[in-house]
Design a binder for this molecule. Structure first.
Ligand code: MG
Length: 387
C-alpha cells in the first residue's frame, strides 16, 4: 500500500504559484498590513517578478512576514530553502541572502552516479534527495537554530512533488501532452503527430533556449504556427541558423504579418495580445490543458502498480521533502511553499473548480521516496558534513 497525502497536509494553504498570490486568504486579513497587488512587486517586464529576480526575494519576504505575523510576535530571523535547480533556486537563495541569513538545499536524483554532496556559500548541492538528511545534520553542525524565528521555503514543482531526476519526467510528460493536445485540437484534421514531435523535440533543446526563452507557452505557440503552416519548419531552422530570427518576439511579429487561417486565428490573437502585455504566461488555453494533464497523473494507478511504474507515470510527493518539513514543523519552523509554475496550470479555472477540481497543492498524491528522518531519531548537533 502506498501512503497518500497532499501538499496541503504539510504546508496548508501557505503556498504561492507564479503570480505570487497566496492561496491562504488569511494573508489578506485586514488585521495585517496590506500586500501590494502582484503586478506592483517590481518584476523586470513590468509584471510579477520571476524567481531569479531580486524583486522576487523581496516579495516573498513580505508574504512570509504576513504568514509569520499570523502565528507569532517574533520577526523571522533566518531562512532555509529547498529546491531543485542550481540556476533559478540558487539565484533565489542568493537574493534572499541579501536580506536574511539563509541556507539552501538543491537536490536532484542521479542514482547512476555515486552519491555526491557539495556545499558552497551555504548552499548544498546533492545528487540524492535522501541527502536532505545530510543537509539537516549540516545545519545542526553549523549551529543553525530550528525555531519559531526560522522559515523554510519549499519549492513545489520538481521538489515537493515530481522530484527532479526521479519523478520529474511525469511532470514533463503532462506538459508535452498538453502541448500536443492543444495543437491537435486547434489543427483538427490537419494535425500531423509525427511532424509535431519532430518540431517540439528539436526546439525543446537547450541550444534553442535563446529563441524560446525555455518558455513552454512560446514553444507551444511555435509548434502550432509550424503545424498550421504559418511558418515552415525547415525555413524556421534556416532563419534561426542565419540569425535572421533570434527572439520569440520577432517570431510572433513575423506570424502576425502572415495570413493565419480561421482555426488558428483565435489562439494567435490570445498569445499575441498577452505577450505584448508582458504576460509571462501568454498561452492560457495551453496552460489550462497542462493543469488537466497534471492532475490526471496524480494518484491514478492502483497500489499493485509497483513503485517503478508509479514513479514513471504518476506525479508523487517526495517523501524526503515531506519528512524534513514535518521535522522542521515540529521544531516550530514556519513552512511556506513556492513555485514558478503558472497559476493557470496549477489551479482549476472556475468551471472545473465547480466540478470539484482542486489546486495542485490540495490534490491527493502518493508519497514515494526514502524514509530518511524520524523525528525522535534525529541526531543532536555534533556531526559536521563537509564538502
Ligand atoms: Mg522546481
Amino acid at each position: 500500500m502506498f501512503e497518500r497525502g497532499t501538499i496541503h497536509d504539510i504546508l496548508g494553504d501557505l503556498v504561492v504559484y507564479r503570480n505570487l498570490e497566496p492561496a491562504d486568504e488569511r494573508l489578506r486579513s485586514p488585521q495585517l498590513p496590506p500586500l501590494p497587488p502582484p503586478q506592483s512587486w517590481g518584476g523586470k517586464r513590468g509584471g510579477v517578478p520571476r524567481k531569479a529576480e531580486p524583486a522576487y526575494a523581496q516579495a516573498v519576504l513580505r508574504i512570509l512576514g504576513q504568514a509569520q505575523a499570523l502565528r507569532s510576535d517574533q520577526r523571522l530571523q533566518r531562512l532555509i530553502y529547498i529546491g531543485d535547480t542550481a540556476m533559478n533556486d540558487g539565484q533565489a537563495i542568493r537574493n534572499l541572502g541579501q536580506h536574511l541569513p539563509v541556507y539552501g538545499f538543491i537536490g536532484h536524483e542521479r542514482l547512476e552516479e555515486s552519491k555526491r554532496i557539495e556545499i558552497e556559500d551555504g548552499i548544498m548541492l546533492a545528487n540524492r534527495w535522501a541527502a536532505l538528511v545530510d543537509f539537516v545534520h549540516f545545519l545542526q553542525g553549523e549551529g543553525f537554530a530550528f525555531d519559531e524565528a526560522t522559515a523554510v521555503l519549499v519549492d513545489l514543482d520538481k521538489t515537493a512533488f515530481g522530484a527532479r531526476g526521479r519523478n520529474s519526467q511525469a511532470i514533463d510528460a503532462a506538459r508535452v501532452e498538453a502541448v500536443r493536445r492543444t495543437v491537435e485540437e486547434v489543427l483538427g484534421a490537419n494535425f500531423n503527430e509525427a511532424e509535431f514531435r519532430v518540431a517540439y523535440d528539436e526546439l525543446n533543446q537547450p541550444p534553442y533556449h535563446p529563441f524560446t526563452a525555455d518558455n513552454q507557452d512560446y514553444l507551444a505557440y511555435i509548434c502550432l504556427m509550424v503545424g498550421g503552416g504559418v511558418y515552415d519548419f525547415s525555413q524556421l531552422l534556416t532563419d534561426l541558423e542565419a540569425r535572421r530570427l533570434s527572439s520569440f518576439a520577432q517570431f510572433v511579429e513575423a506570424c502576425a504579418e502572415r495570413p493565419i487561417g480561421d482555426e488558428l486565428a483565435p489562439v494567435h490573437r490570445e498569445v499575441y495580445t498577452n505577450f505584448r502585455r508582458g504576460d509571462p504566461t501568454p498561452f492560457k488555453s495551453f496552460r489550462y490543458r497542462e493543469y488537466e494533464e497534471t492532475v490526471r497523473r496524480m494518484d491514478c494507478l492502483p497500489d499493485d502498480a509497483g513503485e517503478e511504474k508509479v514513479l514513471a507515470e504518476e506525479i508523487v510527493i517526495t517523501r524526503e521533502v515531506a519528512e524534513v518539513c514535518r521535522f522542521l514543523k515540529g521544531k516550530g519552523v514556519l513552512l511556506f511553499g513556492l513555485t514558478d509554475k503558472p497559476d493557470e496550470s496549477s489551479t482549476p479555472r472556475p468551471e472545473l473548480a465547480q466540478k470539484g477540481y482542486l489546486p495542485l497543492h490540495r490534490v491527493t498524491m502518493k508519497v514515494v521516496g526514502n524514509s530518511i528522518l524520524r523525528v525522535e531519531a534525529c541526531p543532536e548537533p555534533s556531526r559536521r558534513v563537509g564538502s
